[in-house]
Design a protein. Structure first.
Length: 91
């Protein structure tokens, strides 16, 4: 099975969840199947926060691109990822 690839993004949006303050949407595609992956940042996290795990810092710095790239080989990638003080996780 071929890996997913990023075909569009990022698009900024305001998440509807009260736990998230900002987010980016990325479109990915594989074999004619297309989906949107939303990357949402919890609270007031900042990429310069040295206490954040590296994956969380990178996700904020790249507007979510690094988080999306990390799931491109998944057979069924999640449609929502959250960036927290514990790293990046499927929501």
């Amino acid at each position: 099975m071929l890996a997913w690839k990023i075909v569009a993004g990022p698009r900024s949006y305001e998440p509807s969840s009260s736990d998230s303050e900002r987010g980016w949407a990325w479109d990915i595609q594989r074999d004619g199947d297309k989906r949107t992956v939303r990357v949402e940042v919890a609270g007031t996290l900042d990429a310069s926060d040295t206490d954040l795990p590296d994956d969380a810092r990178q996700a904020i710095r790249t507007s979510g691109q690094s988080a999306v790239r990390a799931i491109l080989n998944d057979a069924d990638p999640p449609e929502r990822l959250t960036v927290t003080t514990h790293g990046v996780h499927a929501a």
